[in-house]
Every structure is written in structure tokens, then in C-alpha cells.
Ligand binder design. Sequence first.
Ligand SMILES: [Zn+2]
Ligand SMILES: [Zn+2]
Length: 245
Amino acid sequence: MASLQEQVTTLEPEEAVAPNWSQMGCSICLEPFVDVGHSLPCGHMYHLHCIERVQESVPYYRGSANCPTCREPFPIGMPEEEDIPALLRPWITQPIRKIFLRPSADEDLCDKLDKLSKNVVELERHREALVKHCQEIHKTLSQKDAENLSLKEAAARHRREQRENLVVRAKMSQDNSELIRRQSSVSRKHKDHHDKKPRITSLKKVVFTYNPMGMASDSTLVSPSAAAGCKESQSVDESEDYEME
Ligand SMILES: [Zn+2]
Ligand SMILES: [Zn+2]
């Protein structure tokens, strides 16, 4: 049966991470390993009791034995750990090292692979949902952008109208001031006109009093009723004067 080293070196890299430990066995007794094996410095692996038999078969004074597979010597009769100074212990490696094989590693890896595959499917589903969600968000954002644009246009239009309204209001205020000015001017003239009227009437009365015989050349001064006509005539003249202004 091939050793661990031979198996590992003939495996493809992706298979080397999980060699089929259950097919491996000890090359001394040809029995398979269960959970652990014991490796020599050369890398060949045996049952502990098998390699101990190899050690015991060698006289102690020789100080080393040979690997049954490759004849590489390995030390025997190592001192006990408590006999070695604590400072040096980390630097001392026992020639026979325990190797944990875990024959269920393949099944564990298959389970892990199944779980990972399920995770991948689940993640793919989440990814599709996220993509859909992102598309909806993009759609909403573009709608909002369009609404914002129309709102900005409306605001600009409103500001423009506001400016135009201000101009119109200023013009109206100016016109209003002009109207008030004209109105006060008219009121003043109207008042002046009313102030003049009694004076003219009294003058006419005076003229009429001093022509008792009705001999005046002006027919309007003949009678009091004619004097009233004169008043009207005078009034028309006054209004004409106002119109001239
Ligand atoms: Zn064995
Ligand atoms: Zn060997």
C-alpha cells in the first residue's frame, strides 16, 4: 500500500487538501488507520504499536532505527521531556509524531460543499432581489428628478411673474401719485372757481343798481332775470378758461 507521502505527491493539488484517508493503511501490518497515524521524520506513517516493535527490534546502544519503507534512520531512546531544560523543549521534536487523520473529513467536506452550494443559491436569489430593488429605486429617482425639474421650472416662472408684478405695481403706484396730484390740482381750481363766483355776482348787482333806467347798451343788464343769464354766460366763460388750462 502507498505511503502518505507517495499518495500526497501523486494527488492533484485540489485533491491533496482532502486525500482519501480511509484507503490508507500501515505498510507494516497492512491494516487501515482509524483516526490517527504515527509519522517518522522521513514522512512514512505507521501504527504506533507497529513502529514501537521496529524500535524494540534494534539494540538500544545503536541509538537509531531505520524506516521500514525507505531505510532512513530515526533516533530511538529519546530523553523524557522533564529531563530536557524548559528553555530547550520547544526546539526538541520527537522523531515519532502523532498525525490526526479524521477519516470523516471527506464527508465533512461534502457537507460543507452542500451548505456552501445552498448558500450560493440563496445569495444568488438575494442578488436578483437586490438588483430588482435597485432598478425600482433608480426608476423612482428618475421620476423624482423629472418632478424636481418641473418644480424648478415652475419656481423660475413664478419668480419671473413676481418680478413683472413688481414692475407693474411700481408703474401703478406712479400713476396713482400722478392721479392724486391731478385730483388735488382740480380740487384747488374748483375751489378757486367757487371763491370767484360770489364776487362776480356782487359786481353784476352793483352795475345793475347803477342803471335804473335800463339804458345800458348791453341787453344782459336790462333786468334781474337777464342778470341771471349774464351769470350763466360768465359761468361758461369761467369753465372755458379752465378748459384752456
Ligand atoms: Zn500497522
Ligand atoms: Zn521512510
